[in-house]
Design a protein around this ligand. Structure first.
Ligand code: SF4
Length: 463
């Protein structure tokens, strides 16, 4: 295949999918596909899907309706467009997708996307291609390194997948079924990827995995390394100034990882640590394998190691059997921890998960009312956290131009967007900013000292 073909990739859901979408683009570049932001221009449309919530899967089907119209319009102009579904919906539903959306030509699961060129060849021969296997070969070995230009376009902050799958089997979750058993990439491969990213101007790396702190990849000494050890190694990569990791399970916050929060200045003092519920009864029904006290103990140990730490979390309200008392326990946990932010969702039954079979489902009205109360409480804590930033001076990594001329947007250590007026050459730099004002979603400030910029990186303006 050659020439200027175009691929449009839309990511749904988590950072793992954003990473996978980038890697699919890297995989397709040598096949002659350039990325486009417009599905109307594309020869290949890939929806990289998420199955974590019912709404997310339904969104995919409604998006496929839109893609069908685009495909039909292209066909009227004599242009052949291939529509592919990748990611967790592809894995979970397989051929069912083609039955519900016959305009789909290709279905590929998250463990098989390195086979995309072969699957596309199959489609171009006039066949449908469906691959939802968990192949023996390691997809990461088959993926080409991203080009320097592609990395630069993607910005100064990058994700690196270090772990995939999950063995925890929380009763509400599809991940163990869609992403398979826990696997970890070897340390040297991750370090090489981080080095490539740093050489292309990346300053911040977020190590990602469905259960990232269960990381146990092979180290250069032939032993299984912990995430704490891996973070130490990546902190040594020249150019990488900031490290993060997500998403973690409280039960896997082992000692070396907690110590890394004390010992590694590059590790940002912000930890996303999902708890889902504050009630021991519900935690047990969710098969979370920890109690409220265990969770609070982890929070205390991390705070002890890094007093500046801020926490965020995930919550599910209205899990089957959740009573008013259970929900009150969740509210009281939010008060006790004082999160800097959190995501909260109404429980939605995922077919094939144990919780979907439970009899004691909570009505939607009750879920909606609880969600509102929980979100009010989370918002109050988040607003308080942001308010306390006013007048403070702290380091910001500048990522891109803002919507207005002269405006540059960066992120604090706590992932808050921070806007300043500055020269675009500052993008890619870390500089102290004094916070002068704030809105619901952003902090505004002024540079606390002039910054000597390195080679400028041009980022697109936008949201
Ligand atoms: S630990 Fe996370 S990914 Fe694993 S089953 Fe539970 S919710 Fe799903």
């Amino acid at each position: 295949m050659s020439g200027a073909r175009k691929v449009y990739i839309k990511s749904f859901g988590c950072q793992m999918n954003v990473y996978d979408s980038n890697r699919m683009a890297d995989m397709l570049a040598p096949e002659g596909y350039a990325e486009t932001a417009s599905p109307e221009d594309a020869d290949l449309i890939i929806l990289n899907t998420c199955h974590i919530r019912e709404k997310a899967a339904e969104k995919v089907y409604s998006e496929l309706g839109r893609m069908r119209l685009i495909k039909q319009a292209a066909a009227r102009d004599g242009r052949l467009v291939t529509v592919a579904v990748a990611g967790c919906v592809a894995q979970a539903e397989g051929a069912e997708i083609v039955r519900r959306a016959p305009s789909v030509d290709l279905v590929v699961g998250p463990q098989s996307y390195h086979r995309l060129p072969g699957l596309l060849a199959q489609v171009h021969r006039g066949e449908r291609a469906i691959d939802t296997e968990f192949p023996i070969e390691d997809k990461f070995d088959a993926l080409p390194a991203p080009s320097r230009e592609a990395t630069r376009r993607r910005g100064v902050s990058a994700f690196v997948t270090v772990q995939e799958g999950c063995d925890k089997f929380c009763t509400f979750c599809v991940v163990p079924y869609t992403r398979g058993a826990e696997t970890s990439r070897p340390v040297d491969k991750i370090v090489t990827e981080a080095q490539h990213l740093a050489e292309a101007g990346v300053r911040e790396v977020t190590l990602i995995g469905q259960n990232v702190n269960a990381y146990h990849g092979e180290g250069p000494d032939g032993r299984a390394w912990t995430l704490g050890q891996l973070l130490h190694r990546i902190a040594d990569v020249p150019g990488i100034a900031r490290l993060r990791y997500t998403t973690s399970h409280p039960g896997d916050m082992e000692a070396s990882l907690i110590a890394a929060h004390r010992d590694l200045p590059a590790l940002m003092p912000h930890l996303h640590l999902p708890v889902q519920s504050g009630s021991d009864r519900i935690l047990a029904a969710m098969n979370r394998r920890h109690t409220r006290a265990d969770y609070l103990n982890v929070i205390a140990r991390v705070r002890d190691a890094q007093p500046a730490i801020a926490f965020s979390s995930d919550f599910i309200v209205g899990f089957p059997g959740e009573t008013d008392d259970d929900f009150d326990a969740t509210l009281s946990l939010v008060e006790e921890v004082g999160y800097a932010g959190a995501y909260s969702f109404k429980y939605s039954a995922r077919p094939g998960t144990p919780a979907a079979e439970l009899a004691d489902q909570v009505t939607d009205d009750v879920k909606a009312e609880r969600l509102q109360r929980l979100q009010r409480s989370i918002d109050r804590h988040q607003a308080g956290f942001n308010q306390r930033c006013r007048g403070q001076t702290f380091d910001v990594l500048f990522e891109r131009m803002g919507r207005h001329p002269g405006q540059i947007v960066g992120r604090s250590a706590y992932l808050q967007p921070v806007q300043v007026m500055a020269d675009a050459a500052i993008i890619g730099e870390i500089a102290p900013v004094t916070i002068t004002d704030l809105s619901t979603n952003s902090l505004f400030g002024t540079l606390a000292r002039p910054v000597e910029a390195r080679e400028p990186l041009l980022m697109q303006a936008g949201g």
